[in-house]
Design a protein around this ligand. Structure first.
Ligand code: GLA
Length: 726
């Protein structure tokens, strides 16, 4: 059994493929954490809960003065506020007395096969009940009456588990939830480097690392989205670890709104990791018998460094997060008109792009922003989801008929959560946008955000959009979100519930997305938020692709794609070849091939030679689709370690195929360049398609390849493919 409970020793042991997670019920029904790391067969972790007690005046439990116990020092399964534990807490409930001391203790538990859904929230799922096992531990804060259930699910064939909380009010008075993070984890050391992904528009998810230090460190978002600035992901790599060796722990929140992720190192050098809804500007009133569900956090352990951690996330998300018919179906190779035309297009212009697309083998045309209302630039019409017949003569159906006549699929752009002040919708419903009565409404990209906490607003948008989908043969939707939320307030929430606004906003958005996924299951969703501003697993639950970044410069994309790959698989990463400034089409292709590949340019500007190159790239896309979408990624040279060149490799799961890509960002006279491949089968022999040389897997991994003769000037790149020969 992957989860066992020793009723005599009161120990829980949760095993995955390569990890064990162990905790116990201790004396006065505290849940104390004992171990999380490489898989071990037994659990005789004698005294593992004990810590140095005398920090300063650490308080003790009055029933336990016979031992060195203090809530301030012991490792807990869930850190609570104000009952002796002075570290950062995951749980803070202000009871009807007005006090916020919180203290939950073990009551009961159950273990079962499979995994239950989280009400209203995206979450990982089990394809079959034997794929994972769940432990629910019920705890109670006897003063406030908060019943807090700690939910753990282990994915047995991967080294991954999920954690979340359900809080229920069992008292007869309301209480206030002030902090409800998804988990806390107390590790016994601070000997880690902390990895996070920071950025901004056009430069998302850049890897940053720093050694843990005493005190608090971490990231957060208060923008109403997971954000370009910090991704809800964090990793801890043991100081003696690296890309392919050593203990690595990855944490990722399945949530698309304000989050926090922090580590506190205490005076004992223990590290408390936390992750969940950002408590800043959050609160939730829970009436008697109501329940509150936190988002789910994903925890991955690897003893193969960051690389092993990433490969586990990739497999997990491809198998247990992305859903629907497009999960395993080959995604159409698309051309998007945005960078080619921006707002300046007509039906004929789109048809010309489609004709070219057909001639080179592209499978879908995506019509981007500017097709609706009277929109010719970004200052109007969001919310008016009817076609602009001045641009598209004869309407949408006519255009789609022409595109489909060529044998292409058709996709369309929407920004469903937004409203322009210059729109019919705003003129009719000025109170439908997020605002605080009496305050100026800050404007972002000339638009406001619709109040998704309101069912009437969601219904209006659903009805407008579904009418378009019901009457037109549409295959794909790009769902955009192009500003952050300010003056957070809703016209319909009572004052005491305005603190719930942000969480209610994202629950409303998820509800709307879910309605579309269910009503139009054939649609392929590609999420977007000014590129990758909502590149998170919450969105991946609804859309199997996310536009990675508005920055399509191949060399700039390297930082973004390497960073994204720490947690997210290539299959979700929208990556396009564009006409952008630098590099050859070969380099653009080599970089964009690491994802759900497509084009974003004006084909009228391409010469015959480039058209021939594109045809070859299209053929390569089909040839290597499975290898890239379902293969295992090895980051051989990462930009956060080498500013001059990058290299990565995909290896098929059966180890019969591999693809090595090398990109030189800046020329530098650096001496020899040998590279060792990874992940191959040592005993197999592989033929390099480009050079026709045959090598053993052992040779490629131990001796490597001498790449000194390849061009290494700024922006040069090459891809080498290896196939098993018998
Ligand atoms: C965002 C997206 C772009 C494009 C524009 C349209 O910035 O990231 O790809 O769709 O909106 O306005």
């Amino acid at each position: 059994m992957p989860i066992i409970f020793d009723s005599e020793k009161k120990i829980f042991k949760l095993d995955t493929l390569n990890s064990s997670y162990i905790f116990k019920i201790y004396r006065e029904n505290y849940l104390v954490h004992l171990y999380y790391g490489a898989k071990i067969p037994d659990y005789n972790l004698t005294d593992f809960e004990k810590r140095n007690m005398y920090a300063s005046f650490s308080p003790s439990n009055c029933n336990m003065t016979d031992c060195d116990f203090s809530a301030d020092t012991y490792p807990f399964e869930i850190g609570c506020n104000g009952a002796g534990d002075m570290r950062i807490s995951a749980l803070q409930i202000r009871g009807s007395s007005g006090c916020a001391a919180t203290d939950v203790r073990y009551v009961s538990h159950k273990i079962y096969s499979g995994k239950r859904a989280l009400e209203g929230l995206p979450a990982l799922y089990a394809n079959t009940d034997d794929e994972c096992t769940t432990l629910e531990v019920e705890t109670l804060d006897k003063v406030t009456g908060a019943k807090v259930t700690l939910i753990y699910t282990v994915f047995e064939k991967l080294s991954a588990m999920t954690r979340s909380l359900v809080i229920e009010n069992t008292s007869d008075k309301s209480f206030e939830i002030e902090r409800a993070l998804s988990f806390s984890l107390d590790l016994p050391t601070k000997d880690f480097e902390l990895y996070t992904l920071y950025g901004r528009h056009n430069k998302e998810r850049v890897v940053e690392k720093r050694p843990l230090a005493h005190g608090l460190q971490g990231i957060h978002s208060k923008r109403g989205s997971s954000s370009h600035q910090h991704n809800p992901f964090m990793a801890l790599l043991k100081l003696d670890g690296g890309e392919e060796h050593g203990d690595a722990y990855g944490f990722n929140l399945v949530y698309s709104c304000n989050f926090t992720s922090q580590v506190e190192v205490d005076y004992n050098c223990s590290s408390r990791v936390t992750m969940g809804i950002n408590p800043d500007d959050f609160g939730w009133t829970l009436a008697p018998s109501e329940k509150f569900y936190t988002p789910e956090a994903v925890l991955v352990y690897s003893d193969e460094g960051l690389g092993g951690m990433s490969r586990t996330f990739h497999k997990l998300y491809n198998t247990n997060l992305v859903r629907g018919p497009w999960k395993n179906k080959k995604r159409p190779l698309l051309i998007n008109n945005w960078e080619g035309t921006y707002f300046d297009f007509t039906d004929d212009k789109l048809f010309d792009i489609a004709k070219w697309a057909k001639s080179v083998g592209i499978e879908m045309l995506v019509m981007d922003d500017g097709w609706f209302g009277v929109r010719n630039c970004d200052n109007c019409s969001l919310g008016d989801w009817y076609v602009n017949e001045n641009k598209l003569k004869g309407g949408l159906s006519k255009l789609i008929e022409r595109i489909k006549g060529l044998g292409l699929k058709f996709g369309i752009w929407y920004e469903p959560e937004m409203i322009s002040p210059d729109s019919d919708l705003y003129r009719a419903h000025p109170d439908w946008c997020i605002h605080v009565e009496g305050r100026e409404r800050s404007i972002g990209r000339q638009q406001y955000v619709l109040d998704m906490t309101r069912a009437d607003v969601r219904d209006n948008i659903f009805n407008q959009m579904s009418e378009v989908f019901a009457n037109n043969d549409i295959d794909y939707i790009k769902w955009d979100f192009n500003r952050n939320i300010s003056e957070a307030g809703s016209a319909i929430l009572p004052p005491e519930k305005q603190k719930e606004f942000f969480h209610r906003y994202i629950l409303g958005t998820y509800e709307l997305m879910d309605r579309f996924v269910k009503a139009f299951p054939h649609l392929l969703f590609e999420n977007c938020s000014g590129g990758g501003g909502r590149y998170d697993p919450g969105m991946m639950y609804f859309s199997p692709q996310i536009w990675c970044s508005d920055n399509t410069d191949a060399l700039e994309r390297l930082d973004i794609q390497f960073g994204s790959s720490l947690c997210y698989p290539a299959s979700v990463q929208g990556a396009h070849v564009s006409a952008s400034r630098r590099t050859s089409y070969e380099t653009k292709r080599n970089v964009a091939m690491w994802g759900s590949f497509g084009y974003e340019l004006d084909p009228a500007k391409l010469d015959d030679e480039t058209n021939e190159i594109v045809k070859q790239q299209v053929a390569d896309y089909h040839k290597y689709y499975d290898l890239i979408h379902y293969g295992e990624l090895y980051r051989l040279i990462s930009p956060h370690n080498d500013p001059y060149k990058c290299a990565w490799e995909f290896v098929s799961e059966d180890k019969t195929q591999a693809m090595l890509t090398v990109v030189f960002r800046h020329y530098i006279e650096k001496g020899n360049f040998f590279i060792k491949l990874r992940g191959l089968c040592a005993d197999k022999y592989y033929k390099c398609e480009e050079t026709e040389q045959i090598y053993s897997g052992a040779l490629l991994m131990k001796a490597g390849l001498n790449l000194n003769d390849y061009d290494d000037y700024d922006g040069e790149s090459y891809a080498l493919h290896f196939s098993e020969v018998k």
